[in-house]
Write a protein that binds this ligand. Sequence first.
Ligand code: APR
Ligand code: ZN
Length: 372
Amino acid sequence: MREIEAVVIERAGAEPAVERLGLDDPHPGEVRVRMSASGVCHSDLHVREGHWERPGPIVMGHEGAGVVEAVGDGIDPRLVGRQVALSWYAPCLRCRECQQGRQWLCTGSPSLRHRQADGTTRLVRRDGTPVLAYLSIGTMASAQVVPVSAVVPMPEGVPSQVAALIGCAVSTGVGAVVNTARIHAGSTVAVIGLGGVGLSCVMGAALAGARRIIAVDLKRAKIDLAGELGATHWVQVDPDNPQGTVDGIRAATGDHGPDFVFEAIGLRATIEQAIEVLPPGGTAVLVGLTRFEERVSLEAFPFVDGGRRVLGSNYGSTVAAVDFPRYAEAYLAGRLPIDRLVGRRIRLADVESAFDHLRTGDIARQVILFDE
Ligand code: APR
Ligand code: ZN
């Protein structure tokens, strides 16, 4: 048993608090990771606000990186000391989807139960109450025990903040472009919503050789950052004029409409705009997660008549063991400037201020740093 510090939320919608918890040793199939960095993602805000029901008490966070401290029985001890990025969806590697290489759709993963594979948790309060770990990795903690299939060793020289962001925002956004949509070089692309995820869509589109990249957001600062990451055109949204967004995107493509639109917010209005702006043959890729039970509508005739497509992209169709090192190497080669997403660095105790910034959308990614 080791003592750790972690951000714990009693139930979805409650105020989080930093607590001292006991962390058990890793069981077979698990590793203990000393955390170096944890990003704060809009999905964490969904839990904080109570939009998504979650069991509790639970350690928050699902975008992290650290160094392996100990391994359970049967795991290669050479993993100890390696820097790893954490995947928030630990594949079972045995189900039909995993065997087909579609690990992001794994049906045997413990992650959505927020426990280890055997259904228990390694975290406990002083009074003996078990504490869950969000998506089995609960990264807002100085250390965690996680399933071994959630850890991916990083190449030498990757900063911990970059490794952390590969765990969610980068894989979700870049993967939507290169895995889910598989855009071709020379495509025209629009990205609606420029948080960590949308800005990663912009970087992915640049990496894949898009001809035009139209960055769309409410905030001018986000648009400017998108420009530094490869966006060629922009539309600043006026929330009172949704048609203006559609017209602006169309105008930026020479009135044709973009080949691909990535919606990276998860709002009905922007999802409907993403579909509406498509030209015949165009594809809307829905990346942002909505509130549960949200519905959207589209005009059916032109959708069918024009051969348009809508794709759902969960976690950028990521196979962490393959994609994480790919993104890390692209970063090291200067082709994926992931570090530019980090707009604010904080300590564990300041997590509430990070949620305040997420509500206003003024900073790209905020990262919690732990003592190295
Ligand atoms: N039109 C355009 N942009 C908007 C609008 C709107 N109506 N509303 C919000 N935005 C912008 C914000 O200004 C912000 O830049 O969308 C961006 C959202 O960014 P973040 O809150 O940082 O979200 P992020 O962490 O990138 O996640 C985006 O992906 O995985 C999901 O749950 C996650 O649904 C969330 C989405
Ligand atoms: Zn996330």
